[in-house]
Design a protein around this ligand. Structure first.
Ligand code: PEP
Ligand code: MG
Length: 757
């Protein structure tokens, strides 16, 4: 059974569109289970009905014509309860709804299972039989398993239709919503540019060829380059490997023949696809065909096809260095957005972002918030590769991408944009006012930065210091490690722009979801692996060069603080301190006059929470990285959209940990700041002020909103709220209590821009 199951899923996966996929399902299931009927009904939300989309065994004319309103018939019952129904004689069931056009009266036995994708029922898969008998347990289990595996494929096929404006049953549709999570608030409407990592055949988007003849010529020249490579390889390994292996290169050369793969690609280009897309399509098709073969020798040829086509792709991408053209209203879409992708688009043209992978606390989302670009993360069902050139709406508040937006949705978006502008203009007056509660308790609002442009914007917003300069950002958008001198210049710019205000520079924090293209780290559990201080202590040369650059950059300014990320024990701190002292000593010996800077640790791991006292004693300040702390306390990968709903900084465990850190650090006489995203959430900020945090460090975009909320509430009221929520045992209840307080303080309009769950 397992083999058959796999085979069906593979075949369905290979289908190019929804109808073909459904036809394969009904055909193959009927065959494998030996039933007389197999049908699929799918929900068409546009007409609020389940439509018979495919069937083998029922009358062909009924397919596409027959439908049941939601809730109607046995189909409606299966969908409503999201559970299988297995009946000896369907016609006796009170919900049975006879569909005359289908000719189903002769079939008695009925088994219907729901097709469920991400908790919602897409439709119902049904088998029927003339005999009056219940389907046995094995048959039921098979159908349930198959349906669970096919749901994703069906959802994807439906989504592909929807972005072309077609509902599952072929109606014209608009405003198709692809849910994800909020990455950065705000709304945008614009034209999609799909970006993709190079040399990955699976991620090439569909795109029209600009000039078909030129594209064919270009493809042929790349093909010739690969042929040449193969000939060279063939000759080079002569005598080193067995003749059969050498023949592999001959086989490759044959595949590249004008009449084989090459011809298929050219045919597709002639139909209007660009060369990379045409190559990727042909490669995928052949790989799938080979993989499906039962013969292990032949199925392994799939690897050869991949290898060969990747080589051709390499040339296509390398030679095709024509810069991507970005329209003025670019919405950047990718399977997995990276910081480098963002950096490539001219700032004034980048209006919105959407990523299939990642979540609201992924680093690319944080970067997007810093840049103030509306972003949707984790839009797992978005058929991104087919979106190039299409108009979409990004709703960064709700975390939704909307394709084929109707006039009324566009109007709503334009209104929201206007409201946003008014809100921002209304806050301008706060820039030069101090951040203090209504009863004059002073709080310091600092900013998190990564790029120089953040610094300018931060100063403009009245920031009083930098609580976190993510030094990895300049590393991420480089093609190699920046040299000590290059780093000195980058750091100097930040220090100088902010002087005499304090700039807290965090030492390199790569690993997890931040991998440098030139220093890849591949691990099964990257967030529990080689990350932050663990990497830099293993590479003292990288750490020392960075610290030296920071120290040299601070000459004459004396506003530098150094901060250590991902600390899990005291050993790491003492090793890092030794390296910092050594770097300082050596620079002094070189004749430079440099003040030794305050050094602090980040509290980001549960282990560090429990060691706050010991850590605080070793350093000058502590700073809570609540993004990671939430991730590690709740065991929720900050990057995984599937568990994004579980990620909440309002979880009582997180709040208890934060309170403990503030109390213990203060008892050791050390100041405490918080530089995770929750500091920029106006509601959370009220709790943090009540806890006693000395500094809240956030992205500059949220600074004035937070200031506005803090100025409108008294410390007493904030502390009452904190006392209240510390008695509660559920994140959502706490969030609601905080929202209510903000509502009563008359600042609820700012809630819309908050995003910590
Ligand atoms: C954090 O973890 O809260 C933090 C500020 O660091 P980053 O988000 O860069 O991991
Ligand atoms: Mg962190």
């Amino acid at each position: 059974m397992l083999e058959e199951l796999r085979a069906i899923v593979q075949e369905v996966n290979a289908a190019r569109e929804l109808q073909a996929a459904l036809n394969i399902i009904v055909h193959r299931v009927r065959e494998v289970l030996g039933t007389q009927v197999c049908s699929v009904f799918l929900l068409d939300k546009d007409i609020n009905s389940h439509v018979l989309m495919a069937s083998e065994g029922l009358r062909k004319e009924a397919v596409g014509q027959v439908s049941l309103s939601v809730g109607e018939g046995l189909v409606g019952l299966v969908a409503k309860h999201a559970e299988p129904i297995n009946l000896q004689d369907a016609s006796l069931h009170p919900s049975f709804h006879y569909l005359q056009e289908t000719g189903e009266e002769e079939f008695h036995a009925f088994l219907g299972v729901p097709i469920i994708h991400h908790r919602s029922v897409l439709g119902v898969l049904i088998v029927q039989h003339k005999e009056k008998r219940r389907f046995d347990e094995g048959e039921e289990a098979f159908l349930v398993t198959l349906s669970a595996q096919l749901a994703g494929v069906i959802a994807h096929a439906e989504a592909t239709g929807a972005i072309h404006g077609i509902s599952p049953s072929g109606h014209k549709t608009s405003d198709t919503v692809f849910p994800g999570v909020s990455g950065s608030s705000g709304v945008a409407i614009g034209t999609v540019v799909v970006v993709f990592p190079h040399a990955d055949l699976n991620q090439i988007p569909d795109r029209p060829a600009r000039d078909i003849d030129a594209e064919i010529e270009f493809f042929n020249s790349c093909l010739e380059s690969v042929r040449e490579d193969m000939r060279v390889l063939h000759d080079r390994i002569a005598g080193r490997v067995a003749e059969e292996e050498r023949q592999l290169f001959d086989a490759y050369l044959h595949m590249l023949d004008d009449n084989a793969l090459g011809k298929e690609v050219v045919d597709r280009i002639s139909q209007g696809q660009w060369a990379q897309g045409a190559l990727a399509d042909v490669a995928r098709e052949h790989v799938r065909n080979f993989e499906q073969m039962n013969d292990s020798y032949l199925s392994e040829r799939a690897v050869d096809i991949k290898e060969l086509c990747s080589r051709v792709l390499f040339y296509l991408q390398d030679k095709d260095r024509v810069l991507t053209e970005y329209p003025d209203d670019t919405i950047l879409v990718s399977e997995e957005l990276t910081a480098a992708m963002l950096a490539e688009v001219p700032k004034e043209k980048l209006k919105g972002l959407a990523s299939v992978k990642g979540s609201g606390n992924s680093h690319v989302a944080i970067l997007a918030r810093t840049m103030g670009i509306p972003t949707v993360m984790g839009a797992v069902d978005l058929p991104y590769s087919q979106l190039d050139g299409k108009e979409v709406v990004i709703d960064g508040y709700k975390g939704e991408v909307i394709s084929n937006p109707s006039e009324s949705v566009k109007k709503r978006i334009l209104n929201t944009l206007k409201e946003q502008d008014q809100l921002i203009a209304g806050l301008e007056g706060l820039k030069d006012l101090p951040c203090e509660t209504a009863d004059k308790h002073r709080v310091h609002l600092w900013v998190n930065t990564g790029l120089m442009s953040d610094v300018m914007h931060s100063l403009d917003q009245g920031a009083e210091g930098i609580g976190l300069f993510r030094t990895e950002v300049p590393f991420l958008i480089n093609e190699r490690f920046p040299s000590e001198q290059e780093q000195t210049e980058i750091y100097r710019e930040q220090l100088q722009a902010f002087a005499p205000k304090v700039v807290t520079m965090r030492t390199l924090d790569v690993g997890g979801d931040k991998s440098l293209p030139y220093f890849p780290i591949e691990e099964a559990n990257p967030f529990l692996g080689w990350r932050g201080i663990r990497v830099t202590l293993d590479h003292p040369e990288i750490f020392t060069a960075q610290v030296r650059a920071m120290l040299r950059a601070s000459i004459g300014l004396e506003n530098l603080q150094i901060m250590l990320p991902m600390i899990s024990n005291v050993q790491e701190v003492s090793s890092a301190l030794q390296l910092i002292k050594k770097a300082h000593r050596e620079l002094i010996q070189e004749g430079l006059e440099i003040k030794y800077p305050p050094v602090g640790v980040m509290i980001e791991l549960p282990a560090a929470v429990y060691q706050t006292r010991a850590l605080a004693r070793m350093v000058d300040f502590v700073s809570v990285g609540s993004n990671d702390l939430t991730q590690y306390l709740l065991a929720v990968d900050r990057n995984n959209p599937r568990v994004a709903h579980l990620y909440s900084a309002f979880h009582p465990a997180v709040l208890t940990a934060l309170l403990q850190v503030v109390t213990q650090a203060h008892e050791e006489g050390k100041p405490v700041s918080i530089c995770g995203e929750m500091a920029g959430d106006p509601g959370a900020a009220v709790l943090l002020v009540a806890m006693g945090f000395d500094v809240l460090s956030m992205n500059a975009m949220t600074l004035l909103k937070v200031k506005s909320v803090i100025r409108s509430i008294s410390l007493d009221a904030a502390q009452d709220l904190l006392d209240q929520v510390m008695q509660m045992d559920d994140a959502q209840t706490i969030r609601s209590a905080v929202d209510l307080t903000l509502y009563n303080a008359g600042v609820d309009r700012l809630l819309r821009s908050s995003r910590t769950n």
